[in-house]
Design a protein around this ligand. Structure first.
Ligand code: TLP
Length: 347
């Protein structure tokens, strides 16, 4: 039996159309810049994001790492939210591999960092202190509940970046969820940023890959860094072919995932020992806690759910993250909620 896998949208399998495109893709050596399918993916990506150029990379993590290493030298400082994926889930790569000093500012519940906190964190020109070089934001914001940042907030941070001569990077792993949820184009969301990483292999269902977009000279720089990181791929047009299908056919349907997340949240809200986060879901993620009177942990509940073929993300002692995606159907939402209900009632 196929499990109902709500752990993440990273678990999505490629669609049949993707598998077909992958089988037929013309390929070449991309380190020589000769893979026609990768070149096409990069052209489409740059166009969608309204940037000069794009670079295909193996993962969102490498996209953020290469971008931050391009903006910052060793000992430079990047301002990030304390709940940023780059801070929590990227194995400290920017520090370990780039010597970049990370300054973590409190993320607000809406995924933003207060503008006054950003201003106050910018270092003076003082030889004792690491020079502030970059501000990095995340949209949608994973650890802040999958909440979307608005273009207006991007522009407000841009104004600060310009005032102080800083670069601005966006981890837009799920920028298309942010776009669909707010009814604004990804281009509008990307415009205030010097560089954006976005993922093909989450809600868009491609098996592998992310894309970095930015100016032509920036993309030349990250191309060299990608090589340093061992991410220069050869006949990877086979992967890019799925990415093209993702960008051409899988963006608008993300609205269905948001609707399914709402349905899931509505069902779970009826279960007495579960407490949903206020406002959840903003996009395709439902965050919830187990109420204090329930005698077991989230791990315990997750293990019981697993026995019944339902997989959920445990993101705290008594906390879950459930993510909807292309391979979750309406009936799966009902079934998963029913299993939750029974387990919580018999706990
Ligand atoms: N996030 C994964 C896990 O790493 C937590 C998930 O299941 O959500 N930026 C953001 C905002 C992300 O959520 C992720 C993946 C990445 C970057 C990294 O992408 P990959 O997995 O392609 O390196």
């Amino acid at each position: 039996m196929k499990p109902i896998d709500l752990r993440s949208d990273t678990v999505t399998q490629p669609t049949p159309a993707m598998r077909e495109a992958m089988a037929k893709a013309p390929v070449g050596d991309d380190v020589y810049g000769e893979d026609p399918t990768i070149n096409r993916l990069q052209e489409i990506a740059a166009e969608i994001m309204g940037k000069e150029a794009a670079l295909f990379v193996p993962s969102g993590t490498m996209g953020n790492l290469a971008s931050i290493l391009a903006h910052c030298g060793r000992g430079d400082e990047v301002l990030l939210g304390d709940k940023a994926h780059t801070v929590i889930y990227e194995a400290g790569g920017i520090s370990a591999l780039g010597g970049v000093h990370s300054r973590q500012l409190p993320n607000q519940a809406d995924g933003t960092i207060l503008l006054e906190d950003i201003r106050a964190a910018i270092r003076p020109n003082d030889i004792h202190q690491p020079p502030t070089r970059l501000i990095a934001l995340e949209n949608t914001h994973n650890r802040c509940g999958g909440v979307a940042l608005s273009p207006a907030y991007g522009w407000a941070v841009r104004a600060i970046a310009e005032q102080y001569g800083l670069f601005l990077h966006l981890d837009g792993a799920r920028i298309f969820n942010a776009s669909v949820a707010q009814g604004v184009s990804a281009k509008e969301l990307a415009q205030p940023f010097d560089s954006v990483t976005f993922c093909l292999s989450k809600g868009l269902c491609a098996p592998v890959g992310a894309v970095i977009v930015g100016s032509g000279s920036f993309i030349n720089q990250v191309r060299r860094i990608r090589k340093q990181l061992g991410g220069g791929m050869r006949q990877a047009g086979i992967l890019a072919a799925a990415g093209i299908v993702a960008l051409e056919t899988m963006i608008d349907r993300l609205a269905d995932d948001h609707t399914k997340a709402k349905k899931l949240a509505n069902e779970l809200a009826l279960i007495p020992s579960l407490v949903l986060d206020p406002g959840t879901p903003y996009t395709n993620m439902v965050f919830l806690n187990i109420s204090p009177e329930f005698p077991h942990t989230a791990q315990w509940v997750a293990a019981k759910l697993k026995e019944r073929g339902v997989l959920v993300g445990v993101v705290g002692e008594r906390r879950f993250r459930l993510v909807t995606h292309y391979w979750i159907e309406d009936k799966d939402v009902i079934e998963a909620s029913q299993h939750f209900k029974e387990i919580m009632a018999n706990g």
